[in-house]
Design a protein around this ligand. Structure first.
Ligand SMILES: [Zn+2]
Length: 343
């Protein structure tokens, strides 16, 4: 079958568009004919070999949607051939101490499609049947592929970790990122007031269209926390959701009101930051990471997708032969939402 894979690390030229063996359905698995598979920042580091731990060759593509074309007789659930689904890309063992405690987000044996297992930049992919979730009939595969990781991460960070409430003022960094744009939708769904940031006005316009109440262009207003205070009558926000990391760490802390909560899920600008510990002591902040995500919260998130409350945000669609070009666009940051590959 046609697929895009890496058998060595490097720049976008390391991506090979060629033939790979068609996968076989193992017990408990389903096979999809892939309709769409979205890019994540993780793909750039996988390709470059920074932080990559899996084997080679590897078919990339962690966010996957498609049509069920084959089901193992042992597969649990009621999926049928022809069903339209998207995939939770994390497989869990169901048998380790964490799984047995109902804490599968901490499963010691989890693997990720598109990282440790072959992914969705291909004609076909296999996955455990319990990782496949039906999508609305009206939703395209390319829109569905834009959802799983971004929507689940934003849901996990805002709802599970951040305990978002309707009366919260929420600062969401990087409106144009996959998780940022999804975070705006989810925060508005919960009735919160959203302040968001981006480096260009066209992204901020799109953020407003998604429901953001206030926007800050961080290139024109680098002192984000001062502007946040102005927008909150001097109080600061209840909750910060951040994917940027080191570059905005200090501004994140200064933007929080006393007792505020910060959830961080990415460090795209860097992972090392210093901290004035008196800020933590004087204003008892709750600083949280994202970490693993559970099957239960994926199911919660999918309920909102299937009732039409949560939509995938697709910037551009590329053909399978265009994955290298999509990687270049991702590196340029000149996009809003997700870059999706159509198989
Ligand atoms: Zn486990």
């Amino acid at each position: 079958m046609k697929a895009v894979y890496i058998d060595q690390h490097g720049g976008p030229e390391a991506l090979t568009h060629g033939e790979r063996p068609e996968p076989e359905v193992a017990p408990g698995e389903v096979m999809l004919r892939v309709g769409g598979s979205a890019l994540n920042h993780l793909d750039l580091s996988l390709r470059a070999g920074t932080g990559y731990r899996g084997g080679l060759p590897r078919i990339l593509g962690c966010d996957i949607a498609g049509e069920v074309v084959n089901i193992s007789p042992e597969a649990p659930g009621d999926l049928k051939v022809g069903d339209r689904v998207l995939l939770d890309n994390r497989t869990k063992c169901g048998a380790c101490p964490s799984c047995l405690q109902g804490l599968d987000q901490y499963c010691a044996n989890q693997k990720r499609l598109g990282v440790d297992l072959d992914g969705g930049h291909a004609e076909y992919v296999t996955a455990p049947a319990i990782n496949a979730h039906r999508i609305p009939d009206s939703m395209s595969f390319t829109e569905a592929a834009a959802l799983p990781i971004a929507a689940h991460t934003a849901w996990h960070c805002l709802v599970t970790q951040g305990q978002i409430r309707p009366w919260d003022d929420v600062l969401i960094q990087a409106a144009g990122s996959g998780v940022g744009s999804m975070g705006i939708q989810i925060a508005k769904m919960f009735g919160a007031r959203v302040i968001t940031t981006a480096g260009s006005d066209w992204k901020l316009e799109k953020a407003r269209a998604l429901g953001a109440d206030e926007v800050i262009n961080y290139r024109e207003t680098p002192d984000i926390s001062r502007r946040v205070k102005e927008l909150t009558d001097g109080r600061g926000v209840d909750l910060v959701f951040d994917v940027v990391g080191a570059d905005v760490w200090e501004e994140n802390l200064l933007s929080l009101k006393p007792g505020g909560r910060l959830v961080i899920t990415g460090v795209t600008s860097g992972a090392r930051a210093s901290m004035d510990l008196s800020i933590l002591q004087g204003r008892p902040l709750q600083l949280m990471g994202s970490g693993g995500r559970s099957r239960r919260t994926f199911a919660d998130m999918m309920k909102m997708v299937n009732q039409g409350s949560l939509h995938g945000i697709v910037d551009r669609v590329f053909p399978l032969a265009g994955v290298a070009e999509a990687h270049r666009v991702m590196e340029s940051r000149e996009f809003f939402g997700k870059l999706v590959i159509e198989s």
